[in-house]
Design a binder for this molecule. Structure first.
Ligand code: TEU
Length: 544
């Protein structure tokens, strides 16, 4: 069995985790200072978002040097010390490899701009078509996905920000350069890698307009993506490390291939379909309440489907690109504690490797900013402008941003109730939610019934019970009436997990509460077992 089946990964968004030098920005030494805290969660790996040299237009996902440390976050010595100290704490580090694109400040792109044909072939330059962009594809951050370079008379492709130029993976020199990046960090002693939008690296042989969508169907899970991944893994010898691919807009069939051990690609994959059930018409920037039946079907499909195919899911609610789960899918006021715990149990007892995004273990909520000036994210600021151009009022456009912005997940970690939440001694780069006075690690350490201590229980149960780490999964109720229920089974042991994702009392089907109650998010027993209380979650263990 793979160790990552019983492991939990903690994701750190370095810029917002802990600032050690008072510049208002989190850094490597800040992470080192908090390793005992991270260890206390019972996690086995830390995924750290990029801290490499970058102009920071996309907060580090626009990399100008893959094998160095951005002075904003520290030095190479700080990085080497962190790797060493984490290993001493029994924690492996996973670094974030952004291989679909580089910053336009990367020396490779700067050389391409001189017209050097060797480096132009590191990227995707194309001639204008009928005097305009080669295709009508849209950037995921808004606008066209091509940028014209007048002195070259060509366009270059950028699926993300205009300062993030897509790499040409068809070029073996590019693939070798990126393998050397992996070899460099593997040599430093990291334990694994996260691969950013890695299912976008294989572009089609012919670029055509997309008259049915924004172009993503043309380049997502592209024709050579599996070949490229197998080559990368084989040539760098990382098959025995922990690797995870971020798979944007992917399919179950591809994720089985990305993660089935026999294919020798990755350990596991992030898919995002469950995080689009509150997108009206599939549009992130059109609000609607989460469709819980759709959510249930997606969970059932991906849990049972990956099991059947021999794949392995990374299971998660939140990351640095998503709003906070308790505000989005739970209740960040009246049933804050119950709903945060319910959301945690729902995914931590599923089949897959759970990821805890920094602060979710505290129940950190969306910040409730009051003006657009408080936002920092390039995607959010672009779409605020686009929504206004689409004719939304400032109030309506702001409402959309406040619910969908990636900054909702990027507020500083809340260590204590002091003015700057223990995150920095300086001015934080982004505002700290007012509720940090009671939602913080220091306060929750003292509360045996805190969300923090509930997460600790979940990570330890995954290590203690093989039925959680390895058991088969079968969904019993997939969101109907707001109820999610599934069974895990292994060697005659059965764990039944039942969750009410609503603020109301709902019926609990007979038989779900069978066996020993292993964990509940309510401290006292309810009066009526045939009813699930608001946001109630419980797990029952029995032998067949
Ligand atoms: O994210 C890919 C991506 O598409 C997300 O930005 C998210 O799905 C999108 O915002 C939905 O609207 C990865 C990184 O996680 C993200 O932080 C980077 O901005 C992006 O790639 C480009 O590197």
């Amino acid at each position: 069995m793979h160790t990552f089946h019983s492991s939990t990964v903690y994701q750190i968004y370095i810029k917002s985790f802990c600032d050690s030098d008072g510049d208002g920005i989190g850094d490597l030494n800040g992470i080192s200072s908090k390793l005992p805290y991270v260890r206390s969660l019972g996690v086995d790996y830390i995924w750290i978002t990029p801290f490499f040299p970058s102009p920071m237009n996309d907060n580090g996902y626009d990399i100008s040097d893959y094998c160095a440390v951005n002075p904003m976050f520290g030095t190479m010595e700080d990085c080497e010390a962190l790797i060493r100290e984490a290993r001493e704490q029994g924690i492996g580090l996973m670094f974030d490899m952004v291989f679909n694109h580089t910053s336009t400040e990367h020396r490779w792109f700067q050389k391409a701009l001189t017209g050097d044909p060797e480096y132009m072939d590191y990227y995707i330059f194309r001639d204008p078509v009928d005097g305009h962009a080669p295709t009508n594809w849209e950037s995921k951050f808004g606008g066209n996905a091509w940028e014209y370079v007048p002195h070259l008379g060509k366009y270059y492709l950028h699926l993300f920000d205009v300062t993030q130029a897509d790499l040409n993976w068809e070029n073996p020199k590019v693939r070798e350069e990126l393998k050397n990046v992996i070899r460099f960090w593997k040599g430093k002693g990291v334990s694994g890698f996260r691969f950013d939008v890695v299912n976008l690296i294989s572009k089609p042989p012919v670029f055509e307009d997309d008259f049915e969508g924004d172009g993503r169907r043309m380049y997502t899970d592209g024709p050579r993506v599996h070949e490229f991944l197998q080559e990368l893994v084989a040539d760098t010898g990382i098959g025995n490390m922990v690797t995870v691919g971020e798979m944007s807009s992917t399919t179950l069939a591809n994720c089985i291939r990305y993660t089935r051990p026999a294919d020798r690609e990755l350990s596991m994959a992030f898919s995002f379909h469950h995080l689009k059930v509150d997108y009206a018409g599939g549009d992130k920037w059109a609000l609607k309440a989460p469709d819980l039946v759709q959510l249930g079907e997606i969970f059932r499909t991906w849990q049972e489907g990956m099991q059947e195919g021999g794949g392995w899911n990374a299971v998660f609610w939140c990351n640095h690109d998503q709003p906070r789960s308790v505000s989005r899918f739970g209740d960040d006021s009246r049933y804050w504690k119950e709903s945060a715990k319910m959301l945690a149990m729902l995914i931590h007892m599923m089949r897959g490797t759970p990821y805890i995004y920094q602060g979710d273990e505290l129940g950190i909520t969306d910040p409730g900013y009051k003006s657009i000036e408080e936002y920092r994210d390039v995607e959010s600021l672009n779409y605020y402008r686009i929504l206004l151009e689409r004719g939304l009022s400032e109030k309506d456009a702001f409402e959309v941003i406040s619910r969908r912005s990636r900054d909702n997940g990027r507020t500083p970690m809340q260590w204590d109730g002091t003015d700057t939440a223990g995150f920095t001694t300086g001015e934080p780069w982004i505002g700290i939610p007012a509720n940090h006075t009671y939602i913080n690690a220091e306060a929750e350490e003292k509360d045996p019934d805190s969300i923090l201590n509930f997460y600790r229980t979940l990570t330890s149960l995954r290590k203690e019970f093989a039925v959680i780490a390895e058991g088969d999964i079968r969904f019993l109720t997939a969101g109907t009436g707001g109820v999610f229920a599934y069974e895990r089974s292994l060697n005659g042991q059965i764990l039944t997990v039942v969750c009410n994702m609503t603020a109301g009392e709902v019926p609990c089907a007979p038989g779900l509460r069978t066996g020993y109650c292993l964990l509940s998010n309510y401290t006292e027993a309810g009066g009526d077992d045939s009813v699930l209380r608001p946001y109630e979650a419980a797990a029952y263990l029995r032998n067949e």
